[in-house]
Design a protein around this ligand. Sequence first.
Ligand SMILES: NC(=O)C1=CN([C@@H]2O[C@H](COP(=O)(O)OP(=O)(O)OC[C@H]3O[C@@H](n4cnc5c(N)ncnc54)[C@H](O)[C@@H]3O)[C@@H](O)[C@H]2O)C=CC1
Ligand SMILES: O=C(O)C(=O)COP(=O)(O)O
Length: 387
Amino acid sequence: MYKYHCLNPIAKVGTDTFTGEYEETPEISQADVILVRSASMREMEWQEGTLAVARAGAGVNNIPCDVCAEKGIVVFNTPGANANGVKELVIAGMLLASRDIVGGIRWVEEKEGSGNIAKETEKAKKAFAGCELVGKKLGVIGLGAIGVLVANSGVHLGMEVYGYDPYVSVESAWKLSRNIHHTRSLEELFQDCDYISVHVPANEHTKGMIDANAIRQMKQGVVILNFSRDLLVKEEDMLEAMKEGKVRHYVTDFPTPMMAGAKGAIVIPHLGASTEEAEDNCAKMAVQELRSYLEHGNIKNSVNYPDCDMGFRGKNTRILLLHHNVPNMIGQFTRILARDNMNIADMANKSKGGYAYTMIDIDTPVPEGLAEELRNVPEVLKVRIIR
Ligand SMILES: NC(=O)C1=CN([C@@H]2O[C@H](COP(=O)(O)OP(=O)(O)OC[C@H]3O[C@@H](n4cnc5c(N)ncnc54)[C@H](O)[C@@H]3O)[C@@H](O)[C@H]2O)C=CC1
Ligand SMILES: O=C(O)C(=O)COP(=O)(O)O
C-alpha cells in the first residue's frame, strides 16, 4: 500500500486515478509521495521515507528541489498542463490594461437604482475609453509552454509579436507561429514593444529582471504583464515607473503588499491556473507521474532527476538507485550484483547535472539486505527495490 499526502487541494479526477493500492494520509510524515500546488515546502522537515513530490503545476520555486535531490527525492512538475488557462488570463490582462473595463463596471455598480443610467452612461463613458490591441507590438519573454501560446495568440489578435528566449526548446520552436519576430536581445524587445509579457521561471538568474534599468529602455506608456512570479519584478522600481507614467499599467497575477491598490497596477489573485481544465490536467498528470515512479521506477518530467524509462516492470525485480553523477558508480553496483550471481536482464543510467539515476532489472533471486548494501556505496542517495 502506498500513501500520498496532498498539501493543497488536488482535483479529484486526478486523485481518483490512484488505484486501491493507494491511500491518502493526513500525516505528511507518513507519506511516500506528496502532491502540492503553491504551498511553500521550503521550511519543511523532510522524512527518510519520502520518495517523490509532484507539483500539480509548472513553477517549482516553492520546493527546495536541490535539497530534495540530495535526499534522493524526485520532484516532478506538470509541464504545459495549465498553460492554456494562463494564456487566456494574459489576454484578459492585455484587454484590462487597454480599456478601463473594471473602472467602467465599478461606475455602473455605483449607479445602482439610478433611473437615468442609460443617458448618464453616454456622457460618462469617455472616461473609460482606451485603445485596441490590433497593430500593437507585443514582446514575449520566455517561449515555453505559456509563452508560445501567448505569442501565437498575439498574432491571432492582429498584434506584431516579438519573442525572446535564448534557451528555447526544439518542441516550443516547432509550435511558434512563423510570424513571430525572433529577438536576440532583451534590449531590442524592450525598445519596441507596447505590451511586454514575462513567462520565465523564477530563479537566481531571472529574479528582478524587470527593474529600473530594464524599464528605462522601454517605450513611454508600456504595459507590463507578469503572470510568472512577483520576484521577477523589482516592485519599488515598478511603482516609481507607474508614478512617472513610463509604465501605463503593471498587470500581475501576484498580489503583494506593495502592489495591492497601487495606482496603475492591475492585480489578480493568482488565478492563472485556476480553471477547471487546468486543475484537472495538472492533477491527472501529477498522479500519473507518481504512479509510474512508484510502481515501475520510471521518471518523466522531473525537475531535479533525469528522465529515465524502462517501461513496465513485469516479473523482474527492479533496483532503483539515486546517486551523484560521478565516475564508477555502475561498476560498483554491478560488482555487488555479480558477487551474488544476480543476472542483469536490463539496465538504464541517466544523469542530469550533478545527479544520476540507475535502473537495473534482475531476473534471478535477489537477496535480502541488498538495498542496504547498495545504499552504503559512497555517493548513493537512495535505493529502492520493487519486487
Ligand atoms: N500565474 C499562474 O497561475 C502560473 C504561473 N506560471 C509561471 O510561469 C512560468 C512559466 O511557465 P511555463 O511556460 O509553463 O514554463 P516552461 O518551462 O515551459 O517555459 C519557461 C521558458 O522560459 C525560458 N527561459 C528561462 N530563463 C529565461 C531567461 N532568462 N530569458 C528568457 N527565457 C528564459 C525557458 O527556456 C523556457 O522556454 C512558471 O515557471 C511559473 O512560475 C506557470 C503556470 C501558472
Ligand atoms: O503552475 C504554476 O506555476 C502556478 O503558478 C499555478 O499555481 P497554483 O497551482 O494555481 O497554485
